[in-house]
Design a protein around this ligand. Structure first.
Ligand code: 0X9
Ligand code: ZN
Length: 815
């Protein structure tokens, strides 16, 4: 096989004894901050010379003879310059430091015993050769230019068709366009062949990235400390996140704890999180949980930064800010800044060392799963492999919620590849483990970019939940702080298998996706992180509080009993209450590569959360017992009939071909009137026009009386356009028809059309679901059982469930 990588077994550190690092003392310090003198307490070291142009991988594992592994970290330094080459600082002794090295480069591996009883750890080092260009041996691939282009997608169906092309479509868009990353000539051809109109936004993403790196360097060099809670002035590395998390916990005992999530990544990395609460160790205290996470997507660096700053905000604020102290006192706060560390590590370390012009690792989005890649692309480590950045599963298409439907790809190399099955990935399993075991009443998953606060549903065909008004109000409130647009995520285009489209429908906990910033996946630190977080120019949240205030609103909502449900009762001290629910979450009908569908998959979900009684009254903040999926759908009862349709006469004359609307206003138009209450109640209007030849292209734009564009439709390659406005205000409207192309200039292919109206859809209601509540005595005996129904905002008294369970149930049911 013409592999990209040559593993040199001989390069592994020689001799078994050599492989064991040892020190008698543990010292909590950064292993990567500096190469310490030989024999410094708490450290051990090895010197090596790179045998390859390629990668070095240095790993630490616990020694088999230690019962408690403790916490060892590792860093690799360039011996000549003392610069850190790679590092790893997770919470246990499962470390992997990996980076690019040159043949003959002298390296020093520094192992540091941060904490714990283990005097030794096992070191493993590999050198992996890369061919000079970082390409497979043989003919190097041609250099490629990555660009950002703006594709004209005037109607929702255009956006969905564009998604179907398998290109790297961003969330950046508006009524008439979407921005797309064109990574190479193959993508450029796909786009050209599709017939979509497009224009270049960023001509050379690699050059832009080099420029941003310079901007960041200058900012860090001239700024002692930023206004961020941590004061940071530059993007963190993965090891910075790991180290800062454990330092926050070490320096704030009782308030902050650090934890390792249950599923290591495909490359074997630990995923780390942080929890902040008064008496933080007592996770069974019944407080509502606010969960903030970042970096499902590797290249979206600000997402991790904002999550980490939020952890500092709460930790610092608890000591300094009475308002934050009050909120933290009523809640528990979980932060997982980097959900996808494998991907992040590659993106973060790629530039300028990686070969951006060929493999574009800095723009990697997905995780490092290779199991679904064809054999020819399944070799090599994630940082250097024949599939480049394209291997892996999109963690934000892998949750069970509507998994397998539209807006996700079945193709291994596409950026929205959904994975082999719902929850097939460690990243989604980790998030699921937290959401299933804790009462996560509030969840924000951070992404970049497009200035959006998104809520469910991710799919247009799934009607909004009964909670829609309260859900929208919370999103709108946060958007008023960061200046983003608050909308259901289907409004831009359909997505399936995303985080909150599982978490919300399975648990009822509010879930939002933030798309931070208006440009680029990782813009300069000062704009993408400092300004967006603190609400400073040029961020849209300038002067409004920024994401900081948005996160605080979310926390205040978590602390508000009206926003979730509460169980109250009384029990003796030391009993354990458990709330249990189990159900099957159906995926979408599963789209197949050939376009057919197979039946939905039923994923068994189990929610189990616990409360330890302290004696006397207890109050337990929980999500509603009925899943939103079951509770029903939001809608509106018609207050009158819908308006009758309006036939439209094509105006006299025929406008000249115009491919430059709205700069060139050449067009024709017709007006129509929309009535309102009490006469009619319109749930929507649709303007439909059609013509004969698919080579003719009419485009349709609809304006209200004030001249605002309210809806439009401008496809290519079709014989019709269809523009819709939901809940249209009464008034006069103008439809503008632009003649974009004629099949035969000698023969006018004119349009015909009309306007139709439909009634609003009334709400629907489903059955109510219960939680199973049980109480176990300190001796482990089951002493109480109850069925508990709790609506949002409701407080339910479960009485003396541990001592008089049968009586308490009867009394409760009699009420
Ligand atoms: O596509 C995504 O996963 C998110 N956009 S990004 O550019 N950060 O990749 C948006 C997901 C929006 N959909 C839902 N949250 N349902
Ligand atoms: Zn994202």
């Amino acid at each position: 096989m013409a592999g990209l990588l040559i593993t040199l077994p001989g390069a592994t550190t020689a001799g078994a004894a050599e492989n064991v690092v040892r020190t008698d003392q543990s010292v909590p310090r950064s292993c990567f901050a500096a190469l310490l003198p030989k024999n410094t307490a708490g450290t051990d070291r090895r010197e090596l010379t790179s045998t390859v142009d390629g990668l070095v991988q240095a790993r630490l594992a616990p020694s088999s003879d230690t019962r408690q592994e403790g916490d060892w970290d590792i860093a690799v330094f360039d011996k000549d310059t003392g610069a850190v080459v790679a590092a790893s600082a997770a919470l246990r002794t499962h470390e992997m430091a990996e980076s690019f090295v040159k043949k003959g480069q002298k390296l020093v591996l520094q192992a540091c015993r941060y904490a714990g009883p283990a005097r030794t750890a096992v070191l493993g080092v590999d050198f992996l050769a890369l061919s000079p260009q970082g390409t497979p041996t043989g003919t190097p691939a041609a250099a490629q230019k990555a660009q950002m282009v703006r594709v004209q997608t005037p109607a929702k169906q255009d956006k969905d068709r564009l998604l179907g092309l398998g290109l790297d479509v961003t969330e950046k868009g508006d009524a008439t366009s979407l921005d797309v990353v064109v990574a190479n000539d193959t993508d450029r051809k796909t786009l050209a062949d599709s017939g979509f109109k497009s224009s270049v936004v960023t001509a050379d993403l690699s050059a832009k990235s080099v420029e941003n790196a310079k901007t960041d360097k200058a900012y860090a060099a001239t700024t002692a400390s930023s206004v961020l809670p941590s004061g940071r002035t530059s993007y963190r590395h993965l090891y910075d996140y790991e180290y800062e998390i454990k330092e926050l916990a070490r320096k704030n005992p009782g308030l902050v704890s650090a934890f390792t999530l249950p599923y290591p990544t495909w490359e074997g990395r630990d995923v780390v999180g942080i929890e902040i609460a008064t008496d933080v160790a007592n996770v069974k205290d019944g407080k509502p949980v606010d969960f903030t996470m970042g970096v499902h997507h590797a290249r979206e660096w600000p997402a991790g930064e904002h999550a980490m700053e939020w952890a500092y905000e709460l930790t610092n604020g608890y000591r300094k800010d009475p308002a934050i102290r009050g909120l933290v006192g009523k809640t528990r706060n979980i932060v997982v800044p980097i959900v996808n560390p494998d991907g992040f590590e590659i993106s973060r370390e790629a530039e300028p060392k990686g070969d951006f012009s060929r493999f574009d690792y800095e723009m990697k989005r997905k995780n490092c799963n290779v199991a679904d890649s064809p054999a020819a692309f399944a070799t090599g480590v994630c940082k250097a492999n024949p599939g480049g950045r394209e291997r892996g599963t999109d963690p934000n298409r892998n949750y069970a919620g509507f998994w397998g439907g539209g807006g996700a790809s079945t193709v291994w190399r596409n950026d929205t590849f959904r994975g082999a099955g719902p929850f097939s990935e460690p990243e989604t399993q980790n998030v699921r483990s937290i959401v299933s075991a804790r009462q996560v009443t509030n969840l924000i998953t951070l992404h970049t970019f497009s200035n959006l606060v998104l809520r469910v549903p991710g799919v247009a065909a799934v009607r909004p939940p009964l909670d829609e008004p309260a859900y929208k109000a919370l999103g709108d409130k946060m958007a008023s702080r960061n200046g983003y647009v608050s909308e259901p995520s289907w409004a831009l285009y359909d997505t399936t298998g995303s985080t909150e489209d599982w978490s919300y429908w399975a648990t009822g906990g509010w879930g939002f996706t933030f798309e931070i910033g208006n440009v680029e996946f990782h813009p300069p630190f000062q704009t993408g992180v400092v300004a967006e977080y603190a609400g400073l120019a040029p961020a849209a949240g300038a002067g409004k509080g920024g994401n900081r205030q948005g996160f605080l609103d979310m926390l205040a909502n978590a602390a508000d009993p009206a926003a979730h449900s509460t169980l109250i009762g009384s029990a003796p001290k030391g009993y354990e209450l458990k709330l249990h629910k189990t159900f099957q979450t159906p995926t979408s009908p599963v789209l197949q590569p050939d376009g057919s569908t197979k039946p939905p998959i039923y994923v068994t979900d189990q929610l189990d959360s616990k409360l330890t009684t302290t004696g006397g009254r207890f109050a337990w903040s929980v999500n509603p017992s009925t899943r939103p999926y079951v509770a029903g759908r939001y809608g509106r009862d018609p207050q009158g009939p819908a308006q009758p349709g309006v036939a439209v006469a094509n105006p006299a004359g025929f406008p000249a071909v115009n491919t430059n609307y709205p700069v060139d206003q050449t067009s024709e138009s017709f007006t129509f009137h929309v009535d309102g209450l009490p006469k009619v109640d319109n749930g929507k209007f649709s303007v439909d026009v059609a013509w004969a030849s698919p080579d003719t292209d009419w485009d349709l734009y609809v304006y209200d009386a004030a001249g605002n564009l309210v809806t439009s439709s401008a496809n290519g390659g079709t014989t019709s356009e269809h523009a819709t406005l939901f809940d249209p205000p009464a008034g006069d409207y103008k439809a503008v028809m632009v003649n974009y192309a004629q099949a035969d200039p000698a023969k006018q292919d004119d349009w015909t059309g009309g306007v139709s109206f439909a009634s609003p859809i009334p709400p629907t209601y489903g059955p109510k679901e219960a939680y199973q509540l049980t109480c176990t005595s300190p001796r482990g005996q089951l002493v109480g059982v109850a069925d508990v129904y709790a609506d949002r905002g409701q407080t339910v008294d479960v009485g003396e469930v541990c001592t008089r369970s049968a009586r308490a149930n009867k009394e409760r049911n009699a009420r």
